[in-house]
Design a protein around this ligand. Sequence first.
Ligand code: ZN
Length: 411
Amino acid sequence: MMIASCCTRLRILPGIIFSKLAILIVITFLLLSVGTSTSDAMSAKVEDLRIGLKNSTTRLVIEVDQKISPYVFGLANPYRIVIDLPKVNFVLPNQRFSIRGGVIDRLRYGAFRPESSRLVLDLKTPAKVSRKFILSPNLNNNWRLVIDLSPTDHEEFVSTMRPKPTIKESQLVPKKPLPTVPKPFDLPTIVIDAGHGGVDPGAIGISGVHEKDIVLSYAKEIKRQLENKGGIKVYLTRDKDVFIPLRDRVKFARSVDADLFISLHANSHKNSKTNGFSVYTLSENASDAEAQALAAKENKSDVIGGLDLGAYSNDVQNILIDFTQAKTNELSVILARDNLISEASFSVKLLNRPWRSAGFAVLKAPDIPSALIELGYLTNKKEEGQLQNQNYRKNLSSAIARSLLKYLKNN
Ligand SMILES: [Zn+2]
């Protein structure tokens, strides 16, 4: 990932002083592909994001080519400021910027729903919006949405920043966001879930590749190969770069009466030598500390996407497995260990102890055998390259497709 100088893009704002030594906040700018559909062409373009500091005020400026109104609210646990916009295209460089000071720790942006976009600011401390206004275009700038943040305490954050009851998560995220599709008569049904998406990039590889893009390419390839074989119905939870809450992924699989659910991911590790394919199933107690840490990381998707866990997806985070799930769990283990891993072992390198288990929220469907696949490590240079290689993708997807068909035949 290229580290760019803060001053190349973070332009000086009138009345705002930028510290030359400012190097602490790491902001990940996520480049989204700019679509070519009519609605994309009509969407506003976010052309620049700037952060400035003056005394204790942190100013965020969103420069955009037409007038749009942001809806800003705060979420605690952890402290975040969420800025919802109508659907926009982010025309920004795929770079990291670093500055020091202020209340913002990290910033992410991307598609939230097909019709809306979202910025999420992770905060170092509770902060409130002290000013918020829109500036008209002038000689040098386009429309600018200006949001000033100043530090506050927990009580004030909770009382002033909470989303207004008129715009709750339940409205932003419709109860049934994905269409219910009738199951074709007698055809076995597989749901393939490309992890992350939109405002949640997932792991970021050493060359800057995003997990969300890698896993989407594998989901599409596995679907294509399964459909070529025929006699099977395959659904993707997403076929584009959009954020989907974890609970909705599970809900979708149940709504199409899936026989199998696989969630695709790519991993990261602080040791760049770590590499290999692995598969995870659901368990209340993790098989090992690493699997537990991985589940915690993958379960963070809703926090990263700016969902209010208290109001929206409490049950998703709460991994309790009752006895009705025992049979499903048995089948999930057969799917993971005896099919996915045994088939993949002929095609790709495996992680040591390639089958592990932990409390993954996305594997919670009580009646659908489910497994979470970590295709490989994006922090390993060789594997990051392999995962983007077309032949490697075809081979690994073919192994996964074969193992799913084998499972369906035998169970
Ligand atoms: Zn992931």
